[in-house]
Write a protein that binds this ligand. Structure first.
Ligand code: IPM
Ligand code: MN
Length: 371
């Protein structure tokens, strides 16, 4: 299959119309399969309208497979995933599997092995969506977080000394390489320049305390910034960033930050944009294979009930199309989602939407291309 995928890839390629994209689908655990089903439905409808198709290649990675075989990400699967055009992921997390095993063994492994060094998280409040921020509307909440996705505290360096004794020491080191920091910051400047009208990029760090790691971030930010005179730059400490995200989210256009800070502020971002029902993200390797996912978990208690909100997975599908070069289709998808949130859905919360999971997918399809 790997060579077949490679062959197809040459004929398809990014951005060409009449393309067939080889998409690895990992529905995963809990409600993952239900939301991915809706995402595929919307992408297939868009393919018909825009002249592309998706060859779905399903993979059963997740909790069930792990419980049966003790496998998380087998090398043979990884090898195949290296050959596809993109990966579409539902959710990973199973109530019978100890926390950490699947996250590390599948999600983080994929990010690291495929060198998906950017985690891209749009934080955009769509019309009709409730935000916990009083007096803030869609005109105030529209920014993107560019999170470094392969280094920092996630690198896994450190260890224990005298484990299990009263003198125990646990050390976990933040790894920040010039190469890793620079490619992330460069991506953020390029993204801001190409995709944003305000063209403002804020570095989020902690230069007053992390005087080594964030000194590097700051220096690289200044240096690379010289090459982008059209991008306005700003800096905010991470603690202040969380304050401004709540008080003045309109200050932000694009935020670039390290892995751990990015993890934290993007959950805050998800909440101010309406919650896990809508928050989507991309794990990008701009030179390799990227993976798109709704950022909410597997929500096991809602599994199989047709009540979970598929919009986050649908939006992740939109990010995937944009990445594949199907810009118009991606814009059409987002517009349809906005019409659904503005005119149809009562709430984005599971079971309170006023529609079932599959009805929400149908609604998005019905609005494709509508003015
Ligand atoms: C995320 C998640 C992951 C992370 C977990 C599941 C390992 O929280 O994508 O933000 O910490 O990166
Ligand atoms: Mn997170």
């Amino acid at each position: 299959m790997a060579s077949q995928a490679r062959q197809k890839k040459q004929t398809a390629g990014r951005g060409s119309s009449r393309a067939t994209y080889q998409i690895a689908v990992i529905p995963g655990d809990g409600t993952g399969p239900e939301v991915i089903r809706e995402g595929k439905k919307v992408l297939e409808a868009l393919g018909k309208r825009h002249g592309f198709s998706c060859a779905w290649r399903p993979y059963d990675l997740g909790g069930e497979r792990y419980l049966k075989t003790k496998e998380t990400l087998p090398p043979t699967v990884l090898k195949e995933l290296r050959e596809v055009d993109a990966i579409y992921l539902g959710a990973i997390g199973h109530p019978d599997v100890k926390p950490g095993i699947l996250e590390q063994g599948i999600l983080l492994s994929l990010r690291f092995q495929l060198d998906q060094y950017i985690n891209l998280r749009p934080v955009k409040l769509y019309p009709g969506v409730w935000t916990p921020l009083r007096d803030k509307g869609p005109e105030h909440i529209d920014f993107v977080v560019v999170r470094e996705n392969t280094e920092g505290l996630y690198a896994g360096t450190g260890g224990f000394l005298r484990k299990g004794t009263p003198e125990e020491v646990a050390i976990q080191t933040s790894v920040n390489t010039r190469h890793g920091v620079e490619r992330c910051i460069r991506f953020a400047f390029e993204y801001t320049k190409r995709h944003r009208s305000r063209k403002k990029l804020t570095l989020c760090g902690k230069t007053n305390v992390l005087t080594f790691a964030h000194d590097l971030w700051n220096r690289v930010f200044q240096e690379v910034g010289e090459e982008y005179p059209g991008v306005e730059t700003d800096y905010a400490h991470v603690d202040a960033t969380t304050m401004w995200m709540v008080k003045n989210p309109e200050w932000f256009d694009v935020i670039v930050t390290d892995n751990m800070f990015g993890d934290i502020i993007t959950d805050l971002g998800a909440m101010i944009q309406g919650g896990m029902g809508i928050a989507a993200g991309g794990n990008l390797n701009p030179e390799g294979v990227s993976m798109f996912e709704p950022i909410g978990g597997s929500a096991p208690k809602y599994t199989g009930k047709d009540v979970i909100n598929p919009l986050a997975a649908i939006c992740a599908g939109g990010m995937m199309l944009d990445h594949l070069g199907q810009t118009e289709a991606a814009q059409e998808l987002e517009k349809a989602v906005m019409q659904v949130t503005a005119t149809k859905m009562k709430s984005l919360a599971a079971g309170k939407m006023g529609y079932s999971t599959s009805q929400v997918g149908d609604l998005v399809v019905s609005f494709l291309g509508k003015k």
